[in-house]
Design a binder for this molecule. Sequence first.
Ligand SMILES: Cc1ncc(COP(=O)(O)O)c(C=O)c1O
Length: 389
Amino acid sequence: MKHFSDAAKVLEGQRMFQVLALANELEQAGRDIIHFEIGDPDFDTPPNIVEKCVDALRSGDTHYTTSSGLDAFKEAAAEVTSKSRGFRPDYDQILVTQGGNLQIFYAMACTVNPGEEIVTVDPCFVSYKSIMKFLGIVPVSVPLFEENGFKLNPDDLEKAITPKTRMILINSPHNPTGAVLGAEEIEAIYNIANKHDLYLVSDEVYGRMVYEDSNTKFASPSKYDHCRERTIVIHSFSKSYAMTGWRIGAMTAPADLVSKMALLLETTSSCVSPFIQSAAIEAMSSSQESIAEMMGEFKLRRDLMVVMLNDIKGVSCIMPQGAFYAFANIKKTGLNDLEFADRILREVGVAVCPGSFFGDYGKGYVRFCYANSMQNIERGMKKLKGLLG
Ligand SMILES: Cc1ncc(COP(=O)(O)O)c(C=O)c1O
């Protein structure tokens, strides 16, 4: 028996996990591999967060719970939003989920029909288009260019809108380029969404990860409608609290849409584990010092990696303003990005993601995630210099 749905046939997944699998295979065969392929902080989850989860488990907090999330979680999340974004969402605007990826799926599945369009950027986080294809939604891409610091130009965005567009999807700080959109650009994008009466999904999973020396400060379109009209904020604990394996996040959106997405969550996964929610409440309510410490460390790593990348023949890299990715231009090496990534993995054990994983405009670029130690970054860059000159 071999029968798959049309939707299953177009599933792409996250191809960086496929690079990780190959890198792990080589590692198990005894090769020394330096990992720059996957966006996973190498720091441990702060111990107070872990303790909270263990306490919750020990006290028997191991049953089903309200599918849209615990009130205590929503209270803590509303408090964080009021401090970080200047408005306090109602509880019925908040949905607790197993990470940011599912939020993107819920938002698209509950607002856009097959055959309708979502405008997003190219390159972009791989799940966006994979989810759209699975749901039969047509992705429309606005290219990002290195000359503009990989920032989305709102005029280009508006030109991509057609009568079939239902949603705009932006991501700042941006994966894979590390670009950050400023307040003016965000305002222009919000105005376009408003003018054309579209949902505006703002993927802010790296919202806490803007470098102190960045010439652009973090801005969110939620400022304009407080997520009551069209803005849907994607938020996750994965990156800023080093909690990728916990699978926890929360989205803020208009209440009527949240009620639909909550039904989808209830249908597919019932609820988010209460002990994981307890850990996330602790993350939101305790000292935020660990985020500042991680960002200080990521900045040192970013600076080291970008300087060393620019010293490799045929490679150049602009300074990322946020997240933990360097998007290096490798066009002058004479290799395409797939060949480049394959060659450096097999010949010198450096694992990276080819830019074309993120879209056609990622061709000729390679994403290096610098969530790795200074020592490994130095070692990896030296290996590349040894190979390429
Ligand atoms: C831009 C962006 N959005 C969403 C996610 C999903 O994160 P998670 O599902 O771990 O919360 C990622 C993960 O890499 C990402 O880079």
